[in-house]
Design a protein around this ligand. Structure first.
Ligand code: SER
Length: 340
């Protein structure tokens, strides 16, 4: 019996998964198979061939998926984010590190079984950076991939190590064995900035203050931002993040000069975000109540990243700058979302 060729998405019920399923189901011919602890949001189930409810750490379930489907591309989205990870570091490590290892091993076995490299798309994060203090952050400018690789959160440590594991599988897996085994996993990672979706809300991230502010205002709820108004980190509109993942997954491998890329779109301060939100929702009740601990995390993340290699190698180009993200995507889509 031949297996059906599919694209696999883990963590599919999360924020990125939501947009990725929508986009892949219209642009790709291959059916999509998804895996998550939670069911898919209503409306998404019809867009996938099969949704498995379960854990990436469940080896029996992974074996079942391998037995049934042939996989050339994996989007491994399942993760515990940075704030959640500080409350449960061991759980974060289990999911983010052991889970990633299990999925890389899964990809390796699949690549060995059908003989082609399996593209493994890995969302890493600006949390992989750890800048020691605000003076250094102000002086750092646009941070390159190899700078400040000293994360301070469990999530950041996990993401950075996940990148290294991926690079190991891609280039050095069982390097002492007699038959070459590396190269079955075609590992490609993106260090995402904070993502803002008009449709979904993140859970357990530390960049959540921007999306939370917008969604609260759209629902007429008061919101107290947990970082100082002058806090600046990179953000991106969700559709650009989805496009970037697909573009990198489909990029010509010979053009890729590295495994993990920064991408950047805009870097507003929290006050800049509040100002556009107030303009769009004049009744918005926004205030600031700094959570010094979460602030401490955000202060270690760069204000801007250098994404010149992604632009050069695979043509990354975000559609939305700060103004366009709000005027053309966030505000109209969010109005519609809550009107529904
Ligand atoms: N947005 C994520 C977080 O805040 C970082 O990748 O945890």
């Amino acid at each position: 019996m031949s297996r059906t060729p599919v694209i696999l998405i883990t963590g599919a019920s999360g924020e990125i998964g939501h947009g990725l399923i929508e986009r892949l189901s219209t642009s790709q011919k291959k059916p999509i198979v998804t895996l998550d602890l939670a069911p898919l949001a209503p409306g998404l189930s019809s867009k996938v061939r099969q949704h498995y409810i379960g854990s990436i750490l469940d080896s029996t379930l992974l074996d079942r998926i391998l037995a049934e489907f042939e996989i050339d591309m994996i989007f491994h989205l399942a993760a515990v984010l940075s704030t959640g990870g500080e409350f449960a570091p061991l759980v974060a490590h289990k999911v983010n590190v052991e889970g990633t290892l299990a999925m890389l091993e899964f990809a390796q076995r699949e690549g060995e079984s059908h003989g082609r490299p399996v593209v493994f798309l890995y969302p890493s994060s600006i949390a992989a950076y750890g800048i020691p203090n605000l003076k250094a952050k102000a002086e750092a400018g646009r941070v390159r991939e190899e700078q400040f690789n000293t994360p301070t959160t469990m999530y950041g440590c996990n993401k950075l190590y996940g990148e290294h594991l991926g690079i190991y599988y891609a280039g050095h897996y069982k390097q002492l064995s007699e038959t070459p085994l590396a190269g079955k996993v075609d590992f490609r990672g993106i260090r995402f900035p904070g993502l803002i979706s008009a449709i979904t809300l993140p859970s357990g991230g530390t960049s959540d203050f921007a999306p939370e502010m917008i969604h609260a205002a759209a629902q007429g709820k008061p919101y107290a931002c947990f970082v100082r108004p002058d806090t600046r980190i990179p953000f991106m509109a969700m559709p650009d993040a989805i496009e970037a993942m697909i573009k990198l997954a489909l990029a010509d491998k010979s053009k890729l000069s590295r495994h993990v890329y920064n991408i950047d779109a805009f870097s507003p301060t929290a006050e800049d975000v509040a100002a556009v939100v107030r303009k769009a929702f004049p009744k918005a009740e926004l205030s600031t109540v700094v959570d010094t601990k979460r602030q401490g995390i955000v202060d270690t993340w760069p204000a801007e990243v250098d994404d010149s290699t992604a632009r050069r190698d695979w043509g990354f180009e975000p559609r939305y700058n700060f103004t366009k993200a709000f005027e053309e995507y966030l505000i109209p889509t969010i109005h519609q979302r809550y009107a529904e």
